[in-house]
Design a protein around this ligand. Sequence first.
Ligand code: B12
Length: 342
Amino acid sequence: MTQCWRVRRGNAKPMGNFMALHDGYTYIVHFVHFVQIINSSPMNENTVLSTIDVTRILKVNVSTVKRWTDKGMLRCSKTPGGHRRYTQKDVSDFSERYGFGAGDAVLRVAVPLTGTAESIDDAILSKNYSALAGALKETILRGSQDDTYQFLRRLCVNRYTVTEVYDHIVGGSLQTLGTMWEEGKLSIAQEHIATNCMLAALRSLQNEIPKKPSIHRTALFGCFEGELHEVGITCMRNVLDAEGWTTLYLGPNLPVDSFIQAVERYRPHLVCVSATTPKTRSAFHKDCIALHTATQRMGAHLMIGGSATMQHGAGDIATDYVPASIADALRWIETQYGGRMS
Ligand code: B12
């Protein structure tokens, strides 16, 4: 079990079993063990902690604490015998500065990070997206949904924004996977296991993320007929869901007539499509025109993302916007609908 404490201006407040990620507060997620330390001893910011105490609070090993200390990231004093001593304030300053929420139930990544000697903790602190994407790729290839979920959750606990996670780390890991498949280093079965693992983890993560109150806007998400690449719209759906939108997920492989019927029935404010491998350029443009006409008629906006938009001429596509990324889409949505996206 975990406890989450919300901290602002020195005022800590328990938040229940999970963290809220979107409201600009600093969250420090503690194991019950740490909560017990706090509860059992009268602790204040000058309370002196040993290296072992700090490893328990931050949920990292002794060598990581020593490395951070030696790099000057984590302040400490030394006893006459040369032992490191920390105050509670040293640890909370470190957490605050580096966004390292005490490692709540975190994944201990068993695989080495590809192409780098850095540990996963260092990669998180230094925002080394490619190392993190490499480690995430190894995790999904092992097919463990829980490890994948814990990996993504850990990034969120450490205050990675959803756009960083989706655009750089999730996107980067699957891109490398695609290259491996293209080079014949992966079987189709392995690729399917890995992608399904990612999709399942993204859904689990979404169930945990606190949602903003409803803003009474609806968005539809889908892919045209024959299109199976759905990770892009899954990410976008997660983001808008957390922002208080009502989201309806139509999924991959949807005939355009059914898409249009859904627009007429649910009257969304926004329709999001992901396109990666359309059957033909002309079929793709035909679907875009049909859907765009329908969304315009219903007063909705249409957004079409995915790599096909680059290959098939972003400027020629019948749509209101072609986002280059989730981050770009959020900026556009802010300009269209107002509000501030997290
Ligand atoms: C997973 C995967 C599959 C899975 C998809 C499963 C699923 N449920 O989604 C399966 C196994 C089904 C599959 C099948 C195929 N695939 Co495939 N696949 C991939 C892979 C490895 C990852 C795609 C992915 O999910 N990326 C991660 C997401 C997050 O990235 P993304 O889609 O680009 O989205 C990002 C942005 O573009 C944007 N975005 C995307 N959409 C949207 C929408 C909105 C509204 C917004 C705001 C933003 C947005 O936000 C995202 C985050 O930044 C890629 C490799 C790669 N380089 O991408 C190949 C890849 C896309 N596949 C490829 C191919 C060739 C195929 C097949 C034709 C293989 C075959 N011969 O059968 C089939 C076609 C299936 C079909 N009819 O659609 C090629 C495409 C090459 C090309 N452009 O022509 C790639 C690039 C692999 C390669 N290197 O050759 N594939």
